[in-house]
Write a new protein. Structure first.
Ligand code: SF4
Length: 177
């Protein structure tokens, strides 16, 4: 898909910042996977997280099979950024933008890969590992599940990672042909 057209189309959505990047230049850090494993309660609990998303090598190969990637952020205001429940309650707004981009901007792209923020929260109880994912076309693994460091990409592309003590910054990535 033509990047100029994408830029024109995404201007109508509440996207805070964005950049187009070459997936070949994305670093996949084993340390990011280790942090998932050691610190995230969702590790091993969801189809959208490791180890269900595949090995580090599989994830790296998956993203590098695409010639293009869009990284974008949306922001939401909260009263206290350290209040996890309040912070997570704003994720839905970000996912609405992700869904809109998928349907209205990348509608002609047969094969895209979407990575978003945090673990999939569609079902109250994830089917992992006993049964298949119930919504494989709406389940978007989190960016970190693919060992990608958002801060690393932000630094290289002049994107803001932190935007104030009461602002949640959510990131999404869309890989496309
Ligand atoms: S859609 Fe449901 S089953 Fe699939 S990853 Fe999300 S929570 Fe799990």
């Amino acid at each position: 898909m033509n990047i100029e057209n994408i830029e024109k189309k995404i201007a109508q959505y509440p996207i805070f910042e964005y950049a187009f990047i070459d997936p070949q230049e994305i670093n996949c850090f084993p340390a990011v996977r280790s942090i998932c494993q050691i610190e995230c309660p969702q590790f091993g609990q969801s189809w959208s997280c490791p180890p269900a998303v595949g090995s580090l090598e599989e994830c790296e190969s998956r993203i590098k099979d695409y010639p293009n990637a869009l990284i974008f952020s949306t922001i939401s205001e909260v009263t206290d950024l350290l209040n996890m429940a309040e912070m997570l309650s704003t994720r839905g707004e970000h996912i609405e933008v992700v869904e809109a981009l998928k349907k209205e901007v990348f509608e002609d792209s047969d094969e895209i890969l979407i990575l978003t923020a945090e673990s999939c929260a569609i079902c109250e109880d994830c089917a992992y590992p006993d049964a298949k994912c119930r919504h494989p076309h709406k389940m978007y693994p989190c960016v970190e599940s693919h060992a990608i460091s958002v801060t690393d990409i932000c630094e290289k592309n002049n994107l803001s990672f932190l935007n104030g003590h009461n602002v949640v910054t959510w990131f999404g990535m869309i890989f496309f042909n």
